[in-house]
Write a protein that binds this ligand. Structure first.
Ligand SMILES: Cc1cc2nc3c(=O)[nH]c(=O)nc-3n(C[C@H](O)[C@H](O)[C@H](O)COP(=O)(O)OP(=O)(O)OC[C@H]3O[C@@H](n4cnc5c(N)ncnc54)[C@H](O)[C@@H]3O)c2cc1C
Length: 446
């Protein structure tokens, strides 16, 4: 513990799970910590809104059994009794119908893929489940790998639509190491003996965890400013100058937890180090995400998660949230998400809510002819900037360390999570890690 009389000051830019966890650890270690969050509330990409009288994430969220860091944090904050493990169900919409992917037998019935393709798909799934080292997959294209190992038919029916939906025109460039991690984690979320997949949800929403963190931070004396956008960051050789709300405040260290793209735009490039840092940050490309959340009395399909694998589909996923979490919690009505990842400069990310809603509801009606728009009781469209980074075959070389080339400035965001997909668990893990890196750095500088 450091002396209170001369406590180094640390700014944490971003009040998502990475920033809040790092703030907690640094405050516990005795530093004077300020959290600066541009949004009106904390939570970042996992932030919530109200639907049916209950908080719900603006973007669909669940946990896996392998998410040990966030589970540990929930325990530490005394809310692990709110964690529930619920039976999931997965399906693929293809060739005009929804195909269940819950049991191994479902794969045999999946006729959009040839019989040989289905057998190869099954063998490939086992191979991924038991493969533990991913390093040899980093520079291999996921679609090329799938063509070689699960065949053309399965790649066309399953992997191409999935990767095109998630990465748009950059689908062919995605690293197999990333796809390996997604499949490996999912296959290990099943109970042993080929049981059904169980997913975790926090009763009352992820906001319970955010609120518990906030309480703990305030008790530890952390200053939390929301609706506070940082508009410039500059190094002055030894410390970091952070500008917000018309002021420029000098900190001993600052941790930026927003996207690489956002930090590149904020950096005041007075030095060669800052210019080089900006160039390295700009090597990572992002897509935006859109989620349309709506509540209705209608039950549409029997699955929690449906990957929409038709080439002409305007969204990638249809989620019946209330297939996982009981509808009674949301006033007895069903809650759905339709979600897509899109280019931030593209038509869909920039079109009006009305146009997008019409396009998506038209398609939903094609999937579920019984869908009746007049039964929709509430709906909200959410857009997220820099929601997914493009994990191409060169991606491993683009990952930056926590400590940047600007003295006192640290970066901690989901671009540093690899090969796993970004997630709240890794945000907590990296919040813990970056706090200890910053603590050691400050201790050496004393
Ligand atoms: C569609 C979708 C579905 C997802 N599903 C899941 C899931 O099922 N399970 C799961 O675990 N994870 C899921 N995730 C991922 C998860 O939400 C993120 O990995 C996690 O929340 C990232 O936390 P973070 O703190 O690193 O970043 P963020 O949550 O992005 O937080 C960064 C914060 O920095 C703030 N900020 C940026 N610039 C500035 C600035 N200049 N000044 C002040 N503040 C600034 C932002 O406002 C933001 O609040 C999903 C994400 C999306 C988009």
């Amino acid at each position: 513990m450091i002396e209170t009389s001369n406590r180094p000051k640390v700014a944490i830019i971003g009040g998502g799970f990475t920033g809040l966890t790092a703030a907690l650890r640094l405050a516990e270690a005795g530093y004077e910590v300020t959290v600066l969050e541009s949004g009106a509330e904390l939570g970042g990409l996992a932030a919530s809104f109200q639907i049916g009288g209950e908080p719900l994430e603006k973007a669909y969220h669940h946990l896996f059994r392998t998410d040990v860091d966030i589970l540990q944090l929930a325990d530490e904050l005394g809310i692990s009794d709110r964690l529930e493990w619920l039976e999931s169900s997965l399906a693929i919409y293809r060739d005009g119908r929804t195909w269940s992917f819950v049991t191994p037998l479902d794969l045999i019935r999946f006729s959009p893929c040839s019989l040989v393709g289905r057998i190869r798909l099954g063998i490939m799934a086992l191979r991924i489940k038991y493969k533990t080292d991913w390093h040899d997959l980093v520079e291999l294209g996921a679609l090329d790998w799938m063509r070689a190992h699960s065949g053309q038919s399965a790649t066309r029916a399953v992997w191409e639509p999935l990767l095109r939906g998630k990465f748009s025109t950059q689908a062919e460039e995605i690293s197999m190491a990333w796809l390996w991690a997604r499949l490996h984690i999912r296959s290990n979320s099943r109970e042993s003996g080929g049981g059904k997949e169980k997913l975790g949800y926090i009763r009352g929403g992820f906001v319970r965890l955010v609120n518990a963190l906030e309480v703990k931070l305030r008790e530890a004396g952390v200053d939390i400013l929301t609706s506070c956008r940082v508009n410039e960051i500059a190094g002055d050789g030894k410390r970091v100058r952070v500008s917000y709300q018309g002021d420029s405040v000098v900190y001993d260290a600052a941790i930026f937890t927003g996207s690489n793209r956002a930090l590149a735009a904020l950096l005041k490039c007075e030095s060669r180090e800052a210019e080089l840092l900006r160039k390295s940050l700009q090597r990572v490309h992002y897509l935006g995400a859109i989620c349309l959340v709506f509540q209705t009395s209608q039950k549409l399909g029997d699955f929690y998660w449906v990957n929409v694998s038709e080439p002409d589909a305007p969204f990638l996923v249809m989620i019946r949230h209330t297939k996982l979490v009981p509808a009674q919690r949301y006033g007895g009505k069903e809650v759905y998400y339709l979600g897509a990842y899109v280019s931030q400069d593209g038509r869909r990310f920039n079109s009006s809510n009305e146009d997008l809603e019409k396009e998506w509801f038209d398609y939903l009606q094609k999937m579920h002819p019984e869908f009746d728009r007049s039964c929709v009781e509430s709906k909200q469209m959410f857009r997220f900037c820099d929601a997914q980074h493009v994990v191409d075959c060169e991606y491993f070389s683009k990952i930056l360390p926590f400590e940047t080339s600007l003295n006192g400035l640290f970066l901690a965001n989901f671009t540093q999570v690899f090969p796993e997909d970004r997630g709240t668990n890794f945000a907590v893990r990296d919040g813990n890690k970056v706090a200890s890196v910053v603590g050691e750095w400050l201790a050496k500088r004393q």
